[in-house]
Design a binder for this molecule. Structure first.
Ligand SMILES: [Zn+2]
Length: 240
């Protein structure tokens, strides 16, 4: 049984660690402007490694910019869809590793290989290099962020997990949760690989409600373009 002092010590050292390491990652944009970014992960899950085209249709129909983080394995299975995403001017593509490993459990070389392999695939479909990396399972630390940075990639986390991989969350709940938790500068994560159970159904109302609240959708790189680097927006505490 830990004493209160031991618990407090563990808590404060965890904060200290995140203060040191979060300087290379982007969790959100400026809290001053009503700009927000929708992001969609395409993880290569064997059971839900599909593609939810109605999400893309909604984004295109509504003229909403979005950032898609594609895993290399998903690209290989969905080359046509990946090329289509790359062709939409309002969209940008980022790197979501190759095989979606727990990066903190693998060597530097393996992490580098995961990122480089997907960079090649992204370059092949979009003719440009990606600048953004979202770690699988949102698991990262100073080592992973530095490896990404050395490859020219900014680590992009999020401050609002929609919860869309949870099949028990209804369309209504998803809408309510996302709309009520979005703040200025929010980076919202959802899934485009069929793992977001009600994402497509919820998205039109999410977009409409957030616009009604005055939010403007931008791409993640637009947060970086204005201020130059992730360091400007780094937060000392993930849940702040
Ligand atoms: Zn993923």
């Amino acid at each position: 049984m830990m004493t209160i002092v031991q618990i407090l010590f563990l808590f404060s050292s965890a904060l200290l660690q995140s203060e040191q390491t979060d300087t290379l990652a982007l969790f959100h944009g400026s809290r001053i402007e009503k700009k927000i970014a929708l992001t969609f992960d395409a993880c290569p899950s064997s059971t839900h490694g599909g593609f939810d085209s109605s999400i893309v249709q909604t984004l295109v129909d509504s003229g909403v910019p979005a950032t898609f983080f594609l895993s290399g394995k998903w690209i290989l299975k969905h080359r046509r869809e990946a090329k289509m995403l790359a062709s939409v001017p309002n969209f940008e593509l980022g790197n979501h590793s190759y095989s979606h490993p727990h990066c903190m459990n693998i060597s530097d070389d393996s992490v580098q290989h995961e990122l480089q392999r997907t960079e090649l695939l992204l370059k092949n479909i979009s003719k440009t290099s990606s600048r953004l990396f979202r770690p699988p399972y949102a698991e990262t630390d100073g080592r992973i962020k530095r490896i990404a940075q050395n490859l020219g990639l900014v680590t992009v986390m999020y401050d609002l997990a929609s919860g869309d991989p949870d099949s028990t969350i209804s369309r209504e709940r998803l809408v309510r949760y996302v709309v009520s938790h979005t703040r200025n500068g929010s980076i919202i994560v959802m899934h485009v690989n069929g793992r977001g159970w009600h994402t497509a159904e919820a998205l039109p109302e999410i977009i409409q409600s957030l616009r009604h609240k005055g939010f403007v959708f931008i791409k993640v790189s637009d947060f970086l373009a204005v201020h130059g680097s992730a360091n400007d927006f780094s937060v000392k505490k993930k849940n702040r």
